[in-house]
Ligand binder design. Structure first.
Ligand code: ZN
Length: 294
C-alpha cells in the first residue's frame, strides 16, 4: 500500500489517502462509512495495530461505493508523515561514499538528528534566507518510517517494526553544519527535510537493501548508487537506535547518503533560488522540490 497525506484545497486539515484508478481514497471517511475507526493522520493511523487490515477494507469499500473517493485535481499533497516525534539521521553510511572520501568504514552508526519542524512534503519548496546560509546542499536518502513503539529490538526483528519507506532529501546548510562543530542547526532549518510522495509499506519492497537511489539537480544526475552499499542496513539502524531510545510510530530514520553531494564536488554545486532537486529510490518513488530563497 502507498499512503500519502492530502488536504482539499479549501480545507487545511490533513488526512491520509491511497491513490487508486478512480481517485484518492480518504481512508478515515471511507472507513467511518464502512464502520471502521481509522485516524485521519498517518502517525495516529500507524499507532493502531490493526490499521493495515482496516485500511485495506476502507479502500475496498470506497472502490465499491464511491464513498470517500476524492478527485486528485481538488487536492494538495503534504508529507506522508508530517508530525514525527523524531527525525533520526546517520552519517557516512554508504560504503562507496566512505571510500570516496578515504574515510574508514565506521564500526557503529553515528547518529544525528533533524528537528521535526524541518519536515515538508512533495509539493513544498525548500526555503532559506541567503544571508543566513550560503551553502545549501542536497542528500538523497532512503527513509524508514517506524510503525510501532520500538525499544531494544534485535536486528533480526527490527524490520517488523518498520511500517514502510519513503524518499527523503537531507537538505544541509554546510556552512552552519561545519561551522558549529555539531550538526543540529545546519540540518534543521525549516523545510530542510522534504519527504514523500508516499509512505510505501514494507510488503511492496522486495529488498530494501537492493534499491537504486539517485539525486538530480535541474535534471542533471549528481548522485547515483544503490542501497546495497549501505554500511548499516535498515534493520541494524533501527536496532541500534532502539538500544538508546524508544522509537514511536511515525518516527523517521534517514539512512544516509551516497557519494556525489554538492559540497564535495569539483567545483562545488550549491543550491540556489529556482533550482529543482529530484530524489529517487527504486520502487519507493521520486520526490521533487523547488528551491526558493527569501
Ligand atoms: Zn544525510
Amino acid at each position: 500500500m502507498r499512503i500519502g497525506q492530502y488536504r482539499t484545497t479549501d480545507d487545511e486539515s490533513l488526512w491520509s489517502g491511497v491513490a487508486t484508478d478512480d481517485g484518492v481514497v480518504d481512508l478515515a471517511t471511507a472507513g467511518t462509512a464502512a464502520g471502521l475507526d481509522l485516524a485521519p493522520k498517518t502517525t495516529d493511523l500507524l499507532a493502531d495495530w490493526e490499521w493495515r487490515r482496516k485500511a485495506d477494507l476502507a479502500v475496498e469499500y470506497a472502490e465499491e461505493t464511491g464513498v470517500g473517493l476524492r478527485d486528485p485535481a481538488d487536492l494538495d499533497r503534504a508529507a506522508p508523515v508530517d508530525d514525527p516525534q523524531k527525525v533520526v539521521c546517520v552519517g557516512l553510511n554508504y560504503r562507496d561514499h566512505a571510500e570516496e572520501g578515504d574515510n574508514p568504514i565506521p564500526d557503529e552508526p553515528v547518529l544525528f538528528s533533524k528537528f521535526p519542524t524541518s519536515v515538508v512534503g512533495p509539493e513544498d519548496a525548500v526555503r532559506w534566507d541567503p544571508d543566513y546560509t550560503e551553502k545549501v546542499d542536497y542528500e538523497a536518502e532512503l527513509v524508514a518510517v517506524i510503525g510501532e513503539e520500538t525499544r531494544r529490538v534485535d536486528p533480526d526483528d527490527a524490520l517488523d517494526h518498520v511500517a514502510g519507506f519513503t524518499v527523503g532529501n537531507d537538505v544541509s546548510a554546510r556552512d552552519l553544519q561545519h561551522g558549529d562543530g555539531q550538526w543540529v542547526r545546519g540540518k534543521s532549518l525549516d523545510t530542510f527535510a522534504p519527504i514523500g510522495p508516499d509512505l510505501v509499506t514494507t510488503d511492496e519492497i522486495d529488498d530494501a537493501h537492493d534499491l537504486e537511489i539517485f539525486a538530480e539537480v535541474n535534471g542533471e544526475r549528481l548522485q547515483e548508487s544503490t542501497t546495497a552499499n549501505l554500511i548499516f542496513g535498515v534493520d541494524e539502524l533501527v536496532s541500534f537506535c532502539s538500544q538508546a531510545f524508544t522509537l514511536e510510530p511515525g518516527d523517521l530514520v534517514f539512512t544516509g547518503t551516497p557519494p556525489g553531494v554538492g559540497v564535495y564536488r569539483e567545483p562545488p554545486v550549491l543550491l540556489g533560488d529556482g533550482d529543482t532537486v529530484t530524489i529517487g529510490v527504486e520502487g519507493v518513488g521520486e520526490l521533487t522540490n523547488d528551491c526558493v530563497t527569501e
